[in-house]
Design a protein around this ligand. Structure first.
Ligand code: SF4
Length: 141
């Protein structure tokens, strides 16, 4: 319906803090390409191939992105997409499509920038690396 242009408002209902309803509505609009603002964060749904604790990893990244999202909006920085994928089988395909992407392996993971591998580093260091790269993007505007 959103892609057909039907409707002018969105209402999201969650059990929990109502502020999260606004964040989720923004994420939905970002994901379908209607609202291209800030950092569009996507992660895979996980499956039997997932090589890491992706739920904890994405929670950690999302927490660290909150102040950065505010910076993106305040400074009107160019929107970027960050994709975090849980395996090296199908993960690289989606990670390559993003401005910054990760495909996790069990011990190491690949970091992509605009479709190219820029780092192959221990999985335990990837969250810090991706946050550093997002900060670099912010400094570049
Ligand atoms: S990217 Fe890999 S781990 Fe994630 S859902 Fe797809 S196959 Fe599973």
């Amino acid at each position: 319906m959103l892609l057909e242009g039907i409707g002018d408002t969105m209402r999201v209902s969650l059990t929990g803090d109502p502020v999260e309803e606004v964040h989720l509505a923004k994420e939905i609009l970002n994901a379908v390409g209607i609202r291209k603002k800030g950092i569009n964060f996507i992660s895979c749904p996980t499956c039997g191939r997932t090589r890491v604790d992706l739920i904890n990893i994405t929670d950690d990244i999302e927490d660290r992105l909150k102040p950065l999202q505010q910076r993106w909006e305040k400074e009107k920085l160019r929107p970027i997409t960050v994709a975090i994928m849980g395996c090296e089988v199908n993960g690289p395909g989606e990670a390559k499509e993003a401005d910054l992407g990760v495909a996790f392996g069990s011990k190491k993971g690949l970091i992509f920038e605009k479709g190219n591998v820029i780092k192959n580093c221990p999985s335990s260091e990837i969250v810090d690396e991706i946050i550093k790269l997002i900060l670099k993007k912010a400094d570049e505007g």
